[in-house]
Ligand binder design. Structure first.
Ligand code: SF4
Length: 229
């Protein structure tokens, strides 16, 4: 596992703040609508960590927030030390995760190394294996959800809605999972030739359908964010 991508500046990956983004290669899930194929398949060479730190330090006056994304960053054994180093340098850290690695999440939370967590909720629990293409991890997903809700850290759960992947019959299960949470982000999945599995029978929800989905989740979390137009 390694860091395989770096965006110097993003205005959408850290709530209310400009940030830099570090992308970790590799993922234990294979969501059919994923647009990060090269990261999931670890197709790029690792970036030099020293060089990245140098670049982040150089811009620290302007960018104090870092989003750690992927792929799935919690699979990287160097993640804890990396984040500790960045926190010691004074950066605020947001972690994007699929929630499959509750132990790493707990370590980071216990050591107060994370300032914001964004965890994907793929679908209802009984359909998780079908969307993630990975088995035996629903216990960890439940554990991560509970950890995050009780962490006292700023967080959001977020779901990418794609017809055929997450259907109307799955919505009640998702609502149950996010019940009582701080924030829920509703995203419209984009289906084009760049998805991870273009043979999967899926299609994009229309804006009208996305609005119906949003209506379904009204009041399910303290804040509902519609990330689509
Ligand atoms: S969308 Fe799925 S496959 Fe892609 S990086 Fe996220 S968890 Fe992994």
């Amino acid at each position: 596992m390694s860091i395989q991508g770096f965006h110097k500046l993003s205005t959408v990956d850290y709530p209310k703040n400009p940030c830099s983004v570090l992308f970790h290669g590799g993922c234990n899930f294979k969501c059919p609508y994923c647009h990060n194929r090269s990261l999931v398949n670890e197709e790029s060479p690792p970036l030099n960590r020293e060089d990245l730190l140098f670049q982040l330090r150089r811009r620290k006056k302007y960018i104090k927030h870092i989003c750690i994304s992927g792929g799935e960053p919690t699979l990287d054994k160097a993640l804890f030390n990396d984040i500790q180093l960045l926190k010691n340098e004074g950066f605020s850290i947001k972690l994007d995760t699929n929630g499959s690695n509750a132990k790493v999440l707990k370590d980071l939370i216990d050591h107060q190394l994370i300032d914001y967590i964004a965890m994907d909720i793929k679908t209802s629990m009984d359909q998780y294996h079908r969307v993630s293409n990975c088995s035996n991890h629903t216990g960890k997903i439940k554990e991560s959800i509970a950890l995050i809700k009780e962490s006292g850290i700023n967080y959001e759960f977020r779901t990418t809605f794609v017809k055929g992947v997450i259907n109307w019959s799955d919505l009640e299960g998702v609502k149950e999972m996010i019940k009582g949470s701080m924030r829920f982000r509703i995203q419209q999945g984009r289906i084009d030739e760049n998805v991870l599995n273009s043979h999967y029978p899926m299609e994009q929800y229309s804006i009208e359908e996305m609005n119906q989905i949003s209506d379904f989740f009204t009041s399910s979390a303290e804040e509902i964010i519609k990330s689509y137009k």
